[in-house]
Design a binder for this molecule. Structure first.
Ligand code: ZN
Length: 460
């Protein structure tokens, strides 16, 4: 570990810890000032923004068009403020796989590992990189983990290793002076994950909420034997039921965290567990609908726009995340939090609402099949929509308006093979081409729907 990295992380961590006691006015003043710095920087240094803003830097945030991941990656070189930082060069650097090396001796390079869809690549200077680490350290600290200066804490992240479908993920881990993070695939056979976790003995466990529930049950059944000091949920609604299972398994409270590789830590729960405090000193987070209009308090947005105040090399201004965020009703939002922090709160990241399927092995023992198994296959498919429905040991795959040339029979076979890889009996998959996937309860359209009779994990 580099001494200058560690020293700067400590300085930044201490500085942002001080922000947690700020008044609303102080937070607003800080945000305005940092935003103005960022706008001046991009107006001067980023060809993309110089053109977009017509050379002006005093432009209200709301007047700047949202930046999608597709635009970020297709116009990467124009958005970049460093002539040295070019996408093709970064791709080459990542492909060469120098684990500890810096790009051009100056830049840390983080990437999402999307196997389908384009991955995003985020370069960072020492200042940006240490800000990222400090934001993660804050989330961990709120969950009761103090950074240790001697030795690394072991963190296990059980999520999608493809990451293509979900940007909201605390699994967006970084190599940090404080943490050794191991990543486990939520779609792998459960017995393998349990064995690996028993070996690794994580002190911090981060997982999709649906996986936390399954792992807690494995712990209670005696197959999993780990003693995490902190447990974080991500990407999915963290229900009271899941929290209760986690408490029963490990005697720790579960904390919800919102983060993405592109933006670093954005929000986290405090010990009051009444929503997540937005890291307003580090990001501007807007909860919006499909037309990019701010949603009313108490409503759920269909996407979020994040502006990363410390981003300079690759500025992220109103960067679009496809996460559904539920805001707090006005009465609750105005009441303030018992922890004393004045950072605005959001109620929850709703994320995906897919079911985990309970299926059977050849010997009749149950196997849980996580939704990432289906997302991995179907997200790469050129179809307008899809849904997997369980009928006992069989699956029904609804495919909406496939592009010409899409082989739906082959898609069904790929699904069957992916399920078999989890250890479950190879299912028969009935493929049905539909015009649109029908909405379910509350108008939501879950991609994976479990058999109501057989139930999901933990069902009788
Ligand atoms: Zn609080």
């Amino acid at each position: 570990m580099r001494a200058d990295v560690l020293a700067l992380v400590l300085v930044k961590r201490r500085a942002i810890r001080g922000h947690e006691h700020w008044s609303r006015e102080r937070i607003a003043t800080h945000q305005r000032a940092r935003l103005a710095d960022l706008m001046r920087h991009v107006a001067l240094r980023s060809p993309y923004y110089r053109q977009l803003l017509g050379g002006r830097s005093r432009v209200p945030l709301a007047a700047i068009p949202p930046l999608t991941k597709a635009t970020l990656m297709s116009r990467f070189d124009e958005i970049s403020t460093e002539p040295l930082v070019r996408l093709a060069e970064l791709e080459r650097f990542l492909a060469a796989g120098g684990d500890e090396a810096l790009f051009a001796d100056r830049f840390w390079v983080a990437a999402t590992s999307g196997s389908s869809g384009r991955r995003s690549i985020i370069p960072a200077t020492l200042s940006e990189w240490t800000a990222t680490i400090a934001s993660y350290a804050r989330a961990q600290e709120w969950a009761g983990i103090r950074a240790r200066l001697t030795g690394h804490a072991r963190m296990a992240v059980v999520s999608s290793t493809s990451r293509s479908h979900q940007s909201a993920l605390v699994g967006a881990t970084v190599k940090s002076p404080f943490l050794v993070a191991e990543r486990y695939d939520a779609g792998a056979p459960l017995a393998d994950t349990v064995t690996a976790l028993n070996q690794f003995q994580p002190e911090i466990l981060v997982a999709y909420a649906s996986m936390l529930r399954i792992l807690a049950d494995e712990q209670c059944a005696g197959r999993l034997s780990i003693r995490p000091r902190a447990v974080n949920g991500s990407s999915e609604p963290l229900t009271a039921e899941t929290r209760a299972h986690v408490a029963a398994a490990w005697n720790v409270e579960c904390f919800d965290v919102y983060a993405a590789t592109e933006s670093s830590g954005m929000a986290a729960e405090c010990s009051a567990h009444r929503g997540l405090h937005v890291f307003e000193d580090l990001v501007v987070l807007e909860v919006v609908d499909d037309e990019y209009r701010a949603v009313l308090p108490g409503e759920t947005g269909t996407r979020a726009l994040v502006t990363v105040l410390s981003s300079r090399t690759l500025p992220l201004i109103r960067y679009e995340l496809t996460d559904r965020i539920r805001t707090l009703p006005p009465a609750e939002a105005d009441a303030g939090c018992t922890c004393g922090r004045n950072f605005r709160r959001i109620a929850a990241i709703e994320g995906r609402t897919d079911d985990v399927l309970r299926m059977a092995r050849d010997d009749g023992q149950p196997v849980f099949v996580h939704p990432v198994v289906f997302h991995r296959v179907l997200e790469a498919a050129h179809v307008a929509g899809w849904q997997v429905r369980q009928h006992g040991a069989q699956l029904e795959l609804l495919v909406a308006r496939p592009d010409t040339g899409v082989d739906t029979v082959k898609l069904g076979a790929e699904i069957a093979a992916a399920v078999a890889l989890t250890g479950a009996q190879r299912p028969t998959v009935n493929v049905v081409v539909v015009d649109a996937v029908p909405p379910g309860a509350a108008g939501k359209r879950p991609r994976v729907v479990a058999d109501q009779v057989q139930g999901g994990p933990g069902a009788a």
